[in-house]
Design a protein around this ligand. Sequence first.
Ligand code: SF4
Length: 351
Amino acid sequence: MTSNAVKAPAAPVHLWTSPAASVEADERSESASVEVLDEIRRLRRARDAVILAHNYQVPAIQDVADYVGDSLGLAQAAAKTEASVIVMCGVYFMAETAKILCPDRTVVIPDARAGCSLADSIDAEQLRAWKAEHPGAVVVAYVNTTAEVKAESDYCVTSGNAEDVVRSIPQDREILFLPDMFLGAHVERATGRNLHVWMGECHVHAGIRPDEVEERRRSNPDADLLIHPECGCTAQMVWARSAGAIGQNRSFVLSTEKMLTHARSSDRNRFLVATETGMLHRLQKELPGKRFEAADPNAVCRYMKMITPLKLRDALRDLEPRVEVDPDVAARARVAIDRMLAVPASKPSFE
Ligand code: SF4
């Protein structure tokens, strides 16, 4: 990596703090009355709406949603839906992606302040300046980016296809990889390519400390460690495992589906899950006979938790806040997004 990058940082580096970081999750988010949930279902029918929810949403939102998944799955679900209205229960860049894929639909997000510290670590102007320093370089952007940054990028990638995309780029081309420094370091190690890596990070993964997770593993020797490579919050864990800071014995980097398959067939009954804590809900719901615990109980994305059942009800009722993307930006971003959708996550597991 170049001067824009870090080599195997020994500890999380806090490079950016979101101004919205002080916004606390709505206390009402953890539960919702039967009346509110019934109203959500009634409004969904009346509006011909589909509710798409990220795995990190609170349980009540996940339970009422039509589809629950990761950011790639949400983009695929948006691209396929025939509903007139898409309600994105996730963070803003996910709603932008839905709007880019479905420009003729109404896209709403229950709280437009639900940003992403990783996506906000680079803006289009910064990217243009970085590109000017490396004329001719190929820009590979993780999906956690704004529409404007995607519009300046050649490829949009997920953690599952980032390695394949980097390998497919001719050796003589420089590559700018953004915005996650840990995912960039991991891809650089896995592919053997020299990358210029933007030093962005997510506030949640800045809190998941590999040394503390290893300590928790030592105290729970009967539990497997499952690392979910979704979102910036686990990129550091993926990097730490490939760097040897997390032992590879009984630790697995798995997609949600592969986590379920692994846990179902495993002779183990306890699993430490290294990702945002919202992921535990689906695992526990689908496999009630097994025990899933957070590898770091403080790994909570406050932006995801800004979406509440009451705000979802209001968004369906008012069809606000709407998500709009400038048509020129959308057309350019669509090229990078289509490339992401065309290269399926061939590596949902890093095994
Ligand atoms: S967990 Fe991190 S990367 Fe994911 S949405 Fe939240 S702030 Fe963004």
